[in-house]
Design a protein around this ligand. Structure first.
Ligand SMILES: [Zn+2]
Length: 274
């Protein structure tokens, strides 16, 4: 008990007057902003229906927070969502203005949306493993949003390894290292049924609906995997265009990118050498 007490650090908040001077804001504005921040941390729920593979389901979609990301590519909003599907957590990175309550993105062009869906990859995106392209693709997607000026990236952290999970992914990395085979070969060796991609995208549709994206909005999907379009069509959204994410392979990723094109139907993954 004593120990727990000793761990607590209590620091008095800074003086509001000093903050106002520094930020060049009135006390009322700072207080209004702090109230808004508090509201952004309160869960906000919607029940949303989505059709995927011909089956309609209702999901509970909970916005859990909003903040700002300052990246090497620019400044973005990050939303944290919880959805009661298999993936549970969604991080949405948005390049847009927000509404007057600062709770929903408002895109200037109402009839066009650049959208990237990004399956999380702990080994590559978080820890910098060079075997896969996810880290480079994520950064190129953010750079693309910044250059276009608005758009949205929906990251699904638990979709590691085409949703075979982190345990599976770690084993495939090990196999690839020892046997020097590509990502598709290693996955099929571990999953002899041949099913190596069980991702679903209902959560992505939930987020579009949560933000009130109109079905007349023509979506430019930033992807190399045209199979992702199906769930959009099932829910009345139009994929008007595809923008491939083309990265320059390194010596570790070249064989994997080629295998994804040859076996998984992915398109335009590889940037030809300079
Ligand atoms: Zn990866």
């Amino acid at each position: 008990m004593e120990k727990e007490k000793a761990m607590k650090t209590e620091i008095k908040p800074p003086n509001v007057i000093d903050i106002c001077k520094k930020a060049n804001m009135s006390v009322e504005d700072v207080n209004a902003f702090l109230n808004l921040l508090k509201r952004s941390t309160e869960p906000f729920l919607k029940r949303i229906s989505v059709i995927e593979n011909g089956i309609m389901r209702y999901y509970t979609v909970e916005r859990r927070g909003i903040g700002i990301l300052k990246t090497e590519h620019g400044k973005f909003w990050q939303y944290s969502f919880a959805i009661d599907d298999r993936w549970e957590k969604y991080s949405v990175i948005v390049k847009a203005e927000l509404d007057k309550n600062l709770l929903i993105p408002v895109f200037n062009s109402k009839d066009k949306l650049v959208l990237r869906t990004d399956s999380g990859c702990e080994t590559g995106q978080v820890f910098g493993d060079l075997t896969c392209e996810c880290h480079d693709q994520f950064h190129l997607a953010l750079k693309t949003l910044e250059e276009i000026g608005e758009g949205m990236l929906i990251n699904i952290p638990h979709q590691d390894g085409r949703e075979m999970g982190l345990t599976f992914k770690l084993a495939t990395l090990w196999i690839q290292d020892v046997l020097e085979i590509n990502t598709v070969e290693s996955a099929t060796l571990l999953a002899p049924s041949g099913v190596i991609d069980i991702r679903t995208y209902s959560g992505v549709i939930c987020i579009l609906k949560f933000f009130g994206i109109s079905k007349t909005c023509r979506i430019n999907l930033v992807t190399n995997n045209p199979k992702k379009a199906r769930v959009f069509a099932e829910n009345g959204y139009t994929i008007a265009d595809y923008t491939p994410i083309v990265i320059k392979p390194n010596k570790h990723t070249e064989a994997h990118l080629k295998a994804k094109q040859d076996y998984l139907g992915h398109k335009g993954l590889i940037k030809k050498g300079d």
